[in-house]
Design a protein around this ligand. Structure first.
Ligand SMILES: Cc1cc2nc3c(=O)[nH]c(=O)nc-3n(C[C@H](O)[C@H](O)[C@H](O)COP(=O)(O)O)c2cc1C
Length: 442
């Protein structure tokens, strides 16, 4: 009789050098800086020691002195992951790249290169870039509408996957006796002509160790879910309640069948912002202390308002801070996060100031304050009740916010059999239980 391996959760470290909490860098134990390589390397190694599936670097295409400290300046994620690859051996390496403001050839090349450098640990978080202010940094005219961005993204991903098949396994021969370096019959031009992209190929990187780097998708609107159902292997999402997370999980997984895919071909990973204490009160106090560093003058800074305006998709700086969230039309920018925050504000009757305080910590992701056992309970519940296949862990500050999770919560999850104690393979696909995609030319 074959023994069935029990299902285990997947864990990602959502790494941001100045922490996830907008004021996390002010914590006495925090070291910070999105360009602080020693800190970032240490965090990736800590996550690897804890057997995390991957470390993830988000990315945006705008900046300013009023931005979140983790976003205002940061090392370009693929450059940084190449450096992190050198100091790690097993952990997956995931980064965001935009389908609205990049070229498919560049993206295919960069992620295939990272997969080679890291021996099969690369993943691409496909985003369409929500914020319309991004357009001002590129010479392409206006920010495209939401629907068009997702149409472009669909074609973009197809082209990238096509380029990743350019070289079949065995195409590079290096046969000294015959003088044949390449087997030309195993090298393929894509010759793609579509509504948005026109790309001949082949790619100038050989077949990646994972076949294709792992594909992640992070938009939760209906268009985002449809793209994910067709192409993604991981979905990042923000969810506040068990019920909403379960509904999202069910909805997304039910869309897979029409693309010939099974539920286990895609892992849903909501974000979790853990605040850990030796008692629940201590964790609550720690969270309150972080919040106290946010709004010290009684007036929110323009940066604070920008963070909330971005997430809502509308400029809210003209509204009274101690009044309710106004009725805002659906935005072209960020549909699922705007809806999540609007639902939350209506449900809990929050003022704009209170809503900002929610966003300052976890930007709409789930905040879990408690003892290590309580944090493990929270993860276990969502995992066992079909709300998640794993979690993206978002420490409020680094390195100690991560260290506490790794030293106190991970062993508790392992004790319960919910998380691995050793890696079973060397590639990110192996950690995720995902197969290597067949090459279309094989
Ligand atoms: C965990 C997580 C990480 C994300 N990372 C990025 C990112 O790095 N860059 C980006 O532009 N958007 C990022 N997003 C935002 C999504 O790509 C998307 O724009 C947003 O969720 C709105 O999508 P929707 O309009 O389909 O609802 C992220 C979302 C989540 C949940």
């Amino acid at each position: 009789m074959t023994q069935q391996t029990p299902r285990q959760m997947h864990l990602g470290l959502f790494l941001q050098g100045a922490g996830h909490h907008v004021a996390g860098w002010r914590h006495p134990d925090a070291d910070s800086g999105s360009e602080n390589l020693a800190l970032l390397q240490r965090a990736a190694q800590t996550a690897e020691r804890a057997k995390f599936d991957m470390v993830f670097l988000a990315d945006g295409l705008t900046s300013g002195a009023d931005a979140h400290p983790s976003f205002a300046v940061r090392i370009e994620p693929l450059c940084l992951l190449s450096a992190l690859a050198m100091g790690t051996t097993h952990i997956g390496l995931a980064a965001t790249a935009s389908t609205t403001y990049s070229e498919p050839f560049h993206i295919a090349r960069a992620f295939a290169s990272l997969d080679h450098l890291s021996n099969g640990r690369a993943a691409w978080n496909v985003v369409t870039t929500s914020y319309d202010k991004s357009a001002a940094n590129f010479t392409r005219g206006n920010h495209p509408a939401h629907e068009q961005r997702y149409a472009m993204a669909g074609e973009f991903v197809d082209v990238v996957r096509g380029l990743w098949d350019s070289w079949q396994d065995g195409a590079v021969l290096r046969d000294k006796s015959s003088g044949v370096y390449f087997d030309a019959s195993k090298v393929h031009a894509l010759n793609h002509q579509g509504p948005f992209f026109s790309i001949r190929g082949p790619l100038n990187v050989s077949r990646a160790p994972q076949g294709h780097p792992v594909l992640i998708q992070a938009g939760s609107s209906s268009d985002g879910q449809e793209l994910a159902a067709r192409t993604a292997e991981i979905v990042f999402t923000a969810q506040q309640t068990l019920e909403s997370a379960q509904a999202f999980y069910r909805d997304l997984k039910s869309r897979l069948r029409k693309y010939g895919r099974q539920p286990e071909h895609l892992h849903v990973m909501p974000g979790i912002f853990p605040v850990i204490g030796s008692s629940e009160q201590e964790a609550q106090d720690k969270y309150a202390q972080l919040q106290s560093w946010v709004d010290t003058t009684g007036e929110l800074s323009p940066g604070a308002l920008a963070l909330l305006s971005d997430r809502l998709g509308h400029d809210i700086s003209g509204y009274p801070l101690d009044g309710p969230l106004p009725d805002l039309p659906e935005s072209n920018q960020n549909k699922s996060r705007a809806k999540l925050l609007t639902d939350l504000a209506r449900r809990d009757n929050l003022t704009l100031r209170q809503l900002y305080h929610v966003v300052a910590g976890a930007r709409g992701h789930r905040i879990v304050c408690g003892t290590p056992v309580q944090v493990a309970d929270a993860l276990e519940e969502w995992f066992l009740k079909d709300a998640a296949d794993g979690f993206n862990i978002m420490p409020p500050y680094f390195p100690t916010g991560l260290d506490e999770f790794v030293e106190l919560v991970v062993p508790e999850l392992q004790r319960r059999g919910l998380f691995r104690t050793e890696y079973q393979g060397r590639t990110l696909r192996a950690h995720l239980g995902l197969t290597v995609p067949a090459n279309r030319y094989d």
